[in-house]
Design a protein around this ligand. Structure first.
Ligand code: PMT
Length: 405
């Protein structure tokens, strides 16, 4: 399976003192290349096999190995706060025994006790050690506590013996992380989704602009839910005051033109496009480099020109993604929404009445009707935007399914 789900994920890699430590360089390099943020924690014995600089270079982040190093953070708890998942590879008999018995006498063993995220361990050692009753019992103890234990591979070991004990391949470790994070069989795993959200700002002069009351919440909920379902998500966001959803790559823009450019950069790379942004339809024909002085005039006329219709341009892409738009209407909601669906060439449009204060712009809730290109209408009663987002993505999954059928 693809590993797009890794984009934006925060992974801790614990490295202990086994000869297979050198193979973990490929794991760290792959995780980083696929968009994860990686922090490596090494035991002192691990540093006998691979230098700290190697992992720092591959991950692009400082390697943690000293429990008592003078620094401005309490490392083991800050790493635990950072991590969405942790993998210990290779996992020696020593670290397995420490975790099984709650021993915390170095940074890695201490940090492992502070994690409340999924833990994956990849034991790698001499076959006879692996079969030792104490090691086997410790491994079983960890399994019982929910630690995912990766089966070592069979083959020729560094000591010359043949048998189980080799570190699994990088792909197997990535798949184990995907399962630990619950994205392995996620409905949108491997799908590339782009969501536009928030308002745009069309500058009149350096201190004035045309915009609208979109808070971005609807789009952010959609992006976060798509990421939770395993998709690789890009969120192109106008100016809002929301925290980026976990596992989502955010591109911040101001104007409709900038939003259009950010979307065009993904031409041909998307499986789903959801246009939740309240994109300005017009912008001032002239932009002034200096603030327009009031002087003694009582009126100021602005000539406005159309902005690029972003979602309509995406509809022209070949191949084109599944296209979902929103219709912000104040009258004749369903008729106007259905017309936009047809005019813009969408697969589905989400019709919402933006006159009401209890839904739509700026609200935590929305009440929408989903209209498919087939004409099928699904009214959704007023609910939280996170609930509405789940319903919309259920429909998106159905649209994707009908594409592959
Ligand atoms: O952000 P919130 O505060 O959570 O509010 C949510 C919302 C009300 C903004 C959202 O539910 C919504 O209705 N978004 C679409 C608003 C809008 O611009 O609707 P529209 O009918 O003007 O545009 C129709 C579709 O074309 C939309 O998908 C829009 O993103 C897209 N569009 C519009 C203009 C343009 N130049 N390019 C576009 O892509």
């Amino acid at each position: 399976m693809g590993h797009e789900w890794l984009r934006g994920r925060r992974i801790v890699v614990g490295v202990t003192g086994g000869i297979a430590a050198y193979k973990v360089c490929e794991l760290v390099s792959t995780l980083t290349r696929l968009g994860a943020t990686v922090r490596v924690v090494m035991t002192e014995n691990a540093r006998r096999f691979v230098g700290e600089l190697t992992f720092a270079t591959l991950s692009g982040t400082p390697v943690a190995h000293e429990m008592w190093a003078p620094r401005d953070e309490i490392v083991h708890t800050s790493l635990a706060d950072f991590a969405e998942a942790v993998i210990v590879a290779p996992a020696t008999a020593n670290i397995i025994g420490k975790l099984a018995h709650g021993i915390a006498d170095d940074l890695l063993s201490t940090t492992l006790l502070a994690f409340d995220c999924p833990i994956v361990m990849a034991p790698a050692m001499n076959t006879r050690m692996l079969c030792n009753a104490a090691v086997a019992a410790n491994i079983e103890t960890l399994r019982q506590r929910g630690v995912r234990i990766l089966e070592p591979e069979e083959g020729r070991l560094a000591c010359g013996d043949e048998g189980a004990g080799r570190l699994p391949a990088t792909e197997a470790m990535l798949d184990a992380l995907a399962e630990a994070l619950g994205v392995a069989d996620a409905p949108l795993a491997g799908m590339r989704v782009l969501v536009t959200a928030g308002p745009t700002r069309e500058a009149i002069d350096p201190v004035r602009f045309i915009s609208n009351p979109s808070s971005g919440r609807m789009g952010y909920e959609l992006a976060g839910e798509a990421a939770r379902r395993g998709a690789s998500v890009t969120l192109v966001s106008g100016p809002v005051s929301l925290d980026p959803p976990a596992g989502v790559h955010v591109v911040n823009v101001e104007s409709a033109g900038q939003m259009h450019q950010a979307v065009e950069a993904h031409r041909g790379e998307l499986d789903v496009f959801i246009g939740a942004a309240a994109v300005a339809d017009w912008r001032p024909a002239e932009s002034h480099d200096q603030k327009i002085k009031k002087g003694d005039r009582d009126e100021l006329e602005l000539r406005l020109v159309r902005t690029p219709d972003i979602i309509a341009s995406v509809a022209q892409w070949d191949p084109r993604p599944v296209l979902v738009g929103f219709a912000a209407e104040t009258t004749d909601l369903l008729e106007n929404a259905e017309r936009k669906l047809r005019e813009k060439g969408l697969d589905m449009i989400v019709a919402n009445d933006v006159c009401r204060s209890d839904i739509g712009f700026g609200s935590d809730a929305n009440e929408v009707t989903l209209i498919r290109a087939s004409g099928n209408r699904t009214p959704l009663p007023r609910a939280s935007k996170s609930e509405i987002a789940r319903s919309i993505l259920d429909e998106v999954q159905d649209l994707l399914g009908s594409r592959t059928d």
